[in-house]
Design a protein around this ligand. Structure first.
Ligand code: PLP
Length: 489
């Protein structure tokens, strides 16, 4: 399908355009203050903006937050300790943090239609850890509580905890394999989730690269996990969460969905019905900084029976909450409730389609043959390259991506055979489907002009003039879609 036949939603207004003058003044003042204390930090901050403005950012997990979100983080809210929950803190004087946390949680509940939201996690990994603990505490504790006659986890004695510690051992977790696109926190060794649980993973169909629900169901029936995890970092397709819930129910598992990558598509109502995880999952975790376009952080949505245990995230698992970041989450969630965000999310998906079609028309091979979310996973073995070589050559030409494993990757997890592309960041800048078709052309130009050096999996040669040619074309695209237009520092 040619790029311009894809139905792109109306462009959203440029990010922060309506208050660009005020934001410019605020940043100029802030940088002036920094310069007077540590000029190297002021310089690096300015340089980062220039670098971000000048590169084609295609990293699927990154985005550009609005100046309102960024400004919300630069305040004295940062100075406040507020361990505990709203109205129940271990520190005095938390009335304003209570307001901030309540507003952020209210926006999260309303935006996602969730009965309960916890906005304290400092990152996606932290959110998953809190969720795992909460599921263990809620599910495994029940028999221990019944035996000891206590009603609530807060009333457990030290002896009860001792019993619980034994009962917690030996629990099982089933999640998507790393090479199919799962995340380290879904039970893999370098993360504590791979040490807390006996883990097994489900992959994708070797022919189609698509999730095989019958295989997931068979693995669940055999393994009988306490937790079935759905969600991904690099799978370029949608998931049917109603089916995943049926699989979980069939074996008495808790369904936990990690929507870190696609939360923006859920918020913008691109994923609805069976593709919206929130009504189907017992617990849903996410980051707030990827497609959701908020500050770096995490968030948990849960059904009421898990709320008490999730609320104990701090201090059980997390350090003191970051009130300034919760303020920025509230701002980002408020932005995501506006109609313009729905239009943005639809464009993210349309642009991914255009990028995929652009690659396919130029003869490239894509994992699963395409996309229906915000990710495109290119198999670079079709160019005779490893992921490492392709990533480096693209960076030489000003195209920022990351290498990624593909299913049954012949080059392993370090060199890899794939490049993962994501559309959220450039869509924020205003890129449309025709621009993404052009991106496919530029990427193809780089990769067809890259050759491996001997048998090395890392070294490569980029044909003379390629980097300059691609950088010049990219500069035109970037100039036509400026980052933070009107923000003059
Ligand atoms: N979950 C998924 C699916 C992710 O892709 C990521 C990050 O890449 C995380 C969790 C971890 O998020 P964070 O880096 O904020 O800890």
């Amino acid at each position: 399908m040619p790029a311009d036949s894809i139905g792109t939603a109306t462009p959203a207004p440029p990010l922060g355009a309506e208050y660009a003058d005020t934001a410019s003044a605020a940043y100029r003042a802030a940088l002036q203050v920094l310069e007077s204390v540590e000029p190297r930090i002021a310089a690096a901050t300015r340089k980062e903006l220039a670098d971000q403005r000048d590169s084609l950012k295609l990293i699927a997990s990154e985005n550009y937050a609005s100046p309102a979100v960024l400004l919300a983080m630069g305040s004295w809210l940062s100075d406040k300790y507020a361990e505990g929950t709203v109205g129940h803190r271990f520190y005095a004087g938390c009335q304003n943090v209570d307001t901030v946390e309540s507003v952020a949680a209210e926006h999260a509940r309303e935006l996602f239609g969730a009965p309960y939201a916890y906005v304290q996690p400092h990152s996606g990994i932290d959110a998953n850890l809190v969720a795992y603990w909460a599921i263990l505490a809620t599910r495994v504790e029940a028999p221990a509580l019944a035996e000891s006659g206590v009603k609530h986890v807060n009333d457990l004695s030290e002896a009860d905890w001792e019993t619980l510690r034994h009962k917690l051992g030996g629990q099982r977790l089933l999640g998507m394999s790393l090479d199919a696109g799962g995340h380290l926190t879904h039970g893999f060794r370098p993360n504590i989730s791979g040490k807390m649980f006996f883990q097994r993973s489900y992959g994708t169909d070797p022919e189609t690269g698509l999730l095989d629900y019958d295989a997931v169901a068979a693995a669940a029936r055999e393994f009988k996990p306490l937790i079935l995890v759905a969600g991904y970092s690099a799978y370029p397709r949608r998931i049917n969460f109603a089916t995943m819930r049926e699989i979980a129910d069939d074996v008495g598992a808790t369904l936990m969905v990690d929507m870190a990558h696609f939360a923006g598509l859920v918020a913008g109502k691109v994923f609805t019905g069976d593709e919206d995880p929130v009504p189907h999952a017992h617990v849903t975790t996410t980051t707030t900084h990827k497609s959701l376009r908020g500050p770096r952080g995490g968030l948990i949505l849960a059904q009421p029976e898990y709320a008490d245990a999730v609320d104990r995230g701090c201090p059980m698992v997390l350090g003191g909450p970051l009130p300034h970041v919760m303020a920025a989450k509230a701002v980002a969630l408020a932005e995501a409730r506006r109609p313009a965000f729905g239009s943005y999310a639809q464009r993210v998906a349309d642009n991914a389609q255009a990028l995929a079609e652009g690659f396919l028309r130029r003869g490239a091979r894509l994992v699963t043959g395409g996309t229906d979310n915000h990710i495109v996973l290119l198999d670079v073995t079709s160019f005779g390259l490893t992921g490492r070589q392709a990533e480096s050559a693209l960076l030489d030409a000003g195209v920022v991506t990351n290498r990624n494993s593909i299913p049954a990757d012949p080059n392993g997890a370090w060199y890899t055979s794939g490049i993962r592309f994501g559309t959220p960041a450039l869509t924020t800048r205003g890129f449309g489907t025709a621009d993404f078709d052009r991106v496919a052309e530029l990427v193809t130009d780089v990769l067809t002009n890259t050759t491996p050096q001997g048998s090395s999996k890392a070294k490569y040669t980029l044909a003379d003039g390629t980097a300059e040619r691609v950088r010049a074309s990219a500069a035109e695209l970037l100039a036509a879609n400026p980052l933070y237009p009107g923000l003059a520092l």
